[in-house]
Unconditional design. Sequence first.
Length: 524
Amino acid sequence: MSSAIHRNIFLVIMIVLSNNCWAQYNVDSLKSIYDEQYPVLSIGGDEMYFTMANHPENVGGTRDKGDIWKSQLIDNRWMKPVKASKTINNKNWNAVLGFYNDGKSMLLHHHYADGKQGLSRSNRSGAGWSKPMSLKIPYFKNKSDIQSGSISNDGSIIVLSLESYSSKGVEDIYVLLMNRDGSWSDLKNIGNTINTRYQEISPYLAEDKKTLFFASNGHPDGYGSFDIYKSVRQDDSWNNWSTPVNLGSEINTEGKESSYVYLSDQEIAMYVSTQDSDGYGDIKFTKRKEEIDTVVQFLEAPVEVIIDTVDNDMTKVETLAVAKTTSPTFKGMIKDIKNSELIEAVISLSSIQGNLLKSVVAKLGLFDFEVEVGEYHLKVEAEGYISKLVTVVVDSIATNYEIQLAPIVVGETVNLKSVLFTQGTDELLVSSNEELDIVVNMMKNNPKMEILLGGHTDNRGSSKLNLALSEKRVKAVKKYLQSHGISGKRIDGKGYGGSSPIASNKNESTRKLNRRVEFTVTKN
C-alpha cells in the first residue's frame, strides 16, 4: 500500500462472557492517521502486536514501510499503542507472524538490509524480546512484496503465502515443516486444490493441524474481491485437500476479507474486512462455531524425484529402476544438452491428477531423493533453457539418471505431447493445461522470447479438412497462452495438416505421433 495512503483500523472485538451476552472492547486508543497492518494477538490474548507504516517514530521515520507496535488489554480497554522494542524493528518492513512456546517465542516476517525477505525468531525474557535470529530455510525465496501466514501453537508447522518456486499464479500458500533435529524443510507448495492462478493469502492452520483457513480472489464462488475459505487436509502429503468451502455471507462481503483466525476455546472467529470501512481494513470478532477435529499428528514423508529424458519432447514416459529402501531412491543430474555442463534447475513433482507434491532446487545440478512407488509428473525448469514436463513411472530398483535441457536458441523445436484435443475438434482437453502453463511460465521468465506454433495431423481423410483443423488447433493454443498473459505479438502460428509427418502413417501406434502441436523458437 502506498505510503501516501493513510488508514485507520477500527477494531470491533466481541467475546462471549460468562452470562452469554456480548461486550464491546474499547478500542478508541488504537485509532490513528497511520497505516496499521497485520494485527496478531498474544497467546494470552492480552497483547496485540501490529505493524504501523509511515509513523514518524518508526526507525526509518515517515518513509518506513512498517515497524511493530503493541497495545495491552486492561479492563476491556486497549491501551494507547507504543512502539515495540527496537530489537525487533529495523528500517525495513517488519511484522509479527505469530507466537509459540507458550508465548516465549515470536516468529517475525523479516526484511533484511539487502532487501531480501525471510523469517526470524525472537525469544522473550525479563529484559524483553531478543534480537531476531534468522531461520535457516532451504531455498527460501519470495518474489512478491506481500508475505503473510501463521505458525502452529507448538511451533512445528508454518503456513506462508508468498510467490516462490512453482507458484500457480501470484501468491500461493506453502508449508514449512520442522524436522526432528529442529531444522526446517524447504518450501512445499500445497497444491492446486487450494492455490489458483490468482492470489491466496493470510493462511491460518487450526489447532488440529488439518483445517486451513485462507483468503483468495481466485476461487469462483466469491462474494467480493477476497473471500475466506476453509479446507481440510486429507492425509499426510500436504497436497491432498478437501474442496475449499466459502464461509458464506456471515463472514464474506462484497469487500475484502482476510486474516481469519478461529479461537476454538471461545468459539470466536477473528478476521479483517473492508466492508463499511471506507476501503480500509477493520478487524472483527464474531461468535461462530467451526468443526475442528482433535489434534492428529501426521507422519511427513519426503517426495522428491529425478528422471531421465534426452530428447526435446516436453513429455516422455520413463520406467525408472529404484532400490528397495524405506522409499525408492533415485539419483541424477541435470545437464546442458549442448556441452554436458551441470546446470541449476527447479524440479517440481506432481501427482498424475496435477496436485503439486514437492518443488526443489538442484543448485549444483545433482539429485539424490526418495519417492513412493507410483506414477508422477515432473516439471524441470532452468533459466535460459527449454522447460520440460515428463511423466515417470517409479518402481523398485535403484539407478542413476540424467536430464538434458536444451538452451533457448532460435530454431529449437519442442513437441507439446501432452497438449491434446477432443477427437476431430479444436477443443483443448483439460489435461493440456499443465504443459501449456509451463510454456506460459517459460515465456514470462524470458520476456524477449517469441515462438511459432505449428499444428499437425495424420494423413487420413481430406487434406483440406486436416489443414483447417490444424490451423484451428494452433489458434486454440495461442488463445490459451494469450489468456494467461502472453502477448499475441510474441506468438505466430501455422497449420500444416498432414504434410510434415515425424513417423509412419501406416499404423495407429506411429500415426498418432503425427497428431501434434509444437513450437519453434523464433527469437530469444
